[in-house]
Design a protein around this ligand. Structure first.
Ligand SMILES: CNc1nc2c(CC[C@H]3O[C@@H](OC)[C@@H]4OC(C)(C)O[C@@H]43)c3nc(N)[nH]c(=O)c3cc2[nH]1
Length: 371
């Protein structure tokens, strides 16, 4: 019996909408999970994040084990209390960040050993240590197995090695996690862009058994087209009655095209990171607010939004804040972008529930990419 019931309320083609029920609250799917890497969704308060409609945020083993340390977060009551977020938290296991952020790192059957990008100190991350950090010290609700995300492009033999290591680490993660009734563990499908490896990865994960399944190894430079080609088959290899989480994705068009292929959950730094640099995401596509054409544009980013950052501030004012390098610009645009990503997933949930997702998908692409 799964610890977190996943109720699919409607399907439309391969797209699904439903609710993942957790002790800390329900997660409506398709869901976009704002990234809160170092115990903060950057430039936003947890109340602003909640206001956008986000049901769940992301935390991360790698960043928090380095600073302030997972043990200190535990002593301070765990991640939810520490950052005052009382809804669900999903934590990534740290392997991806070790490869992409830390200096020297060594990968063996046993562990990933690396030096901190913060102070150069040495650290070891095993599947068992990652579970301890996520489940026992940070206290996250959805825990990810430790895996190896192979860089793209990869030779098939290299991709197989990474997929097989990840499958062995999936077993070690599951054994270390044990059975818990208020937290769940997700396995991570690997296999780069090779259909046979993705199928084999999924079979190994299903044998072990997880409460949810992530699709890893994508959004690593392959581009939208190649990602969609993998998503034409990869979600279908996973159990259809459990949540499917596409890691690190993505742009709005990526979310829509992945939902069309059966994905339920997403995370991406794009809305917050691009917001800090003056890029606003809208139904009509992204706009760069530093552009001179907005210098006296008194219209807001979205008058129909219930988010104050989208509805109440003129583009002229937002542009001024970025030109003057005022912190408020980063705050307001992060808030607007997260609100837009939540509005997009809410619109997709409604379209699927009403059996009109294909029309939504066509209309969205025409307007958002229309230029
Ligand atoms: C951007 N493209 C992308 N990100 C990926 C991730 C990490 C996702 C995490 O990295 C950050 O996004 C960059 C987010 O902030 C924290 C909180 C650190 O967690 C999120 C992955 N993680 C694991 N374990 N395995 C993968 O195969 C994998 C693939 C990815 N592709």
């Amino acid at each position: 019996m799964a610890a977190f019931p996943f109720e699919i309320e409607a399907t439309d083609g391969k797209a699904r909408t439903g609710v993942l029920k957790t002790p800390r609250g329900d997660i409506r799917t398709p869901a976009f999970m704002p990234v809160g890497t170092a115990a903060t969704v950057k430039a936003m308060t947890v109340d602003q994040v909640k206001d956008t409609g986000a049901d769940i945020i992301l935390g991360n083993t790698y960043h928090l084990m380095l600073r302030p340390s997972a043990e200190r977060v535990k002593r301070l009551g765990g991640l939810h209390k520490f950052m005052r977020w009382d809804k669900p938290i999903l934590t990534d296991s740290g392997g991806f960040q070790v490869m992409s952020l830390s200096g020297i790192s060594k990968l063996t059957e046993e562990a990933v050993t690396f030096s901190s990008h913060v102070d150069g100190s040495k650290h070891v991350l095993t599947p068992e240590r990652s579970i301890e950090i996520q489940a026992d010290l940070l206290g996250s609700d959805i825990v990810m197995q430790l895996d190896e995300c192979v860089a793209w492009p990869a030779e098939e033999a290299r991709a197989r090695k990474g997929m097989e290591l990840s499958a062995r680490w999936a077993k070690r993660s599951k054994d270390a996690f044990g059975t818990r009734d208020t937290q769940v563990l997700f396995g991570i499908q690997q296999g780069s862009t090779f259909e046979n490896l993705r199928r084999e990865s999924s079979e190994r994960l299903r044998e072990i058994g997880f409460d949810g399944y992530a699709i890893g190894g994508l959004a690593v430079g392959e581009g939208h087209q190649a990602m969609c080609e993998v998503l034409d088959y990869a979600p279908g290899f996973l159990p259809e009655d459990r949540p499917r989480y596409l890691m690190g994705v993505g742009k709005p068009i990526d979310l829509v095209e992945a939902v069309a292929r059966g994905v339920d959950m997403f995370d991406c730094v794009l809305p917050t990171r691009s917001g800090r640099h003056g890029q606003a995401w809208t139904w009509d596509g992204p706009i760069n607010l530093k552009n001179a054409k907005y210098a006296e544009d008194e219209t807001p980013l979205d008058p129909d939004s219930d988010c104050p950052a989208s509805r109440d501030y003129s583009k002229a004012y937002l542009r001024h804040l970025f030109k003057a390098e005022e912190i408020l610009g980063q705050v307001l645009l992060s808030w607007h972008n997260i609100a837009f990503f939540q509005a997009l997933t809410a619109a997709m949930r409604a379209a699927i529930a009403e059996g009109r997702f294909e029309q939504f998908r066509r209309d969205f692409a025409a307007r958002h990419l229309g230029g």
